[in-house]
Design a protein around this ligand. Structure first.
Ligand code: F3S
Length: 385
């Protein structure tokens, strides 16, 4: 891959070991995937934040880096609410390690906002056609598909490397030819709310990393697209999808001839019932409208089980009245973290979720049984004795 003179200097270590390591990572990826050059990015979203997932080795790696990011960069959810971790049942030892990780990122100039929905927090991170380096799979899917920005499925280290250099290697979803849909998904059902997560749960498994084009009967909201993409990125490796008449690039392409039809029956089969001891919302992190809906559904009720609602700290801070209305029911609103990346959920035996992504990850990453249900059913289960 071609490097400019300036990039060569970084590569040769003229600005120190951290920048050298960073550009080595980008150049290695570029060489593997046949990139011609590095291209500037507008922002980075960096995974590898929870101590649960990166452990001591990750903490040590980040702590050894010396430098500053050069583009707006934010973090993925950490392993705990950075303020209310006691309330989550997190141990002192875990909390100390988690705080060290956060401090190490802060020293590199990364904004300490730990969220998988950065597009709901800051306006300056991403727009149509922008190149970015994001690494949380649902955020990648949203950026590529719903916003029409361009990012590969970055790992935590490569997103951090891109943030330090301000560039990423020009391959994969940065190039027009890889954004074309290759298979049509015809959905023979009217979908609503968590049905989109259930659809993503099914289709992701069928797709692997292919780019699908959906033909839907219903018109999804941005939150519903968020759920669809998150689930497909978890049960498969889908980083970009199009929805006819809805997403910004769908009209650019011909409808692929290969097709799969999804029936209502298949969507319904993803749902089940049971006796959860934790009911968790907010995968991906809840938007203001999702919180508003939960506040309405919980209005005048008291929860009888542990209920967590995960969102970003920026949204929680900006909407104190809304949060109070939710908390009046006894439900807990946690920030900076989620039910999957926090070890706190591991003490429960059965989690009910309204998210296709959480439904996929909870059994494997938390060792907890998962039940997927609609948002209304989750609230009903929460307030039932
Ligand atoms: Fe976000 Fe955690 Fe789900 S990072 S997408 S809430 S698994």
């Amino acid at each position: 891959m071609y490097l400019t003179q300036e990039e060569e200097k970084l590569f040769n270590g003229e600005r120190g070991a951290t920048y050298q390591k960073a550009i080595e990572i980008l150049a290695a990826l570029g060489d593997i995937y046949g990139a011609d050059r590095l291209i500037p990015i507008k922002s980075a979203q960096i995974a590898g934040v929870s101590y649960k997932t990166i452990g001591d080795a990750g903490l040590e790696w980040i702590s050894d880096l010396k430098g500053k990011v050069v583009v707006p960069s934010i973090l993925n959810p950490a392993g705990m609410d950075l303020e209310c971790w006691h309330e989550m049942g997190i141990s002192e030892d875990f909390a100390q390690k988690q705080e060290k990780i956060i401090k190490a990122y802060e020293a590199l100039g990364v904004r300490i906002e730990c969220s998988c929905t950065p597009y709901n927090i800051f306006d300056n991170l991403v727009g149509f056609g922008d190149h970015v380096a994001w690494s949380e799979s649902s955020a990648i899917s949203y950026a590529n598909s719903v916003i029409g920005a361009r990012t590969n499925r970055e790992g935590g280290p490569s997103a951090l490397a891109a943030a330090l250099i301000g560039k990423t290697a020009n391959y994969g979803f940065h190039l027009d030819e890889n954004r074309k849909p290759v298979i049509s998904i015809i959905v023979e059902a009217e979908l609503h709310d968590s049905d989109y997560g259930a659809l993503g749960y099914i289709v992701g498994e069928m797709m692997g990393d292919k780019v699908p084009l959906f033909k839907l009967k219903s018109k999804p909201s941005k939150d519903e697209l968020k759920s669809l993409g998150a689930a497909m990125a978890a049960s498969g490796a889908v980083a970009l999808y199009h929805v006819s008449g809805v997403t910004p690039e769908a009209g650019k392409y011909e409808t692929p001839k290969d097709k799969i039809t999804i029936e209502e029956r298949q969507i319904k089969e993803v749902y089940s019932s049971g006796k959860p001891d934790l009911i968790a919302f907010g995968c991906p992190h809840s938007s203001v409208s999702e919180l508003e809906r939960l506040a309405q559904l919980l209005n005048g009720k008291k929860v009888k089980k542990e209920v967590w609602i995960c969102t970003s700290r920026a949204i929680k801070n900006k909407h104190p009245e809304l949060i109070k209305r939710i908390e009046k029911s006894g439900a807990k609103v946690f920030c900076d973290t989620c039910m999957v990346v926090s070890p706190a959920s591991e003490r429960f035996t059965c989690m009910m979720v309204n998210s296709g992504k959480a439904h996929k990850y909870v059994p494997n990453l938390c060792g907890v049984k998962s039940i997927m249900a609609t948002t209304e059913e989750c609230v009903e289960a929460a307030v039932r004795d």
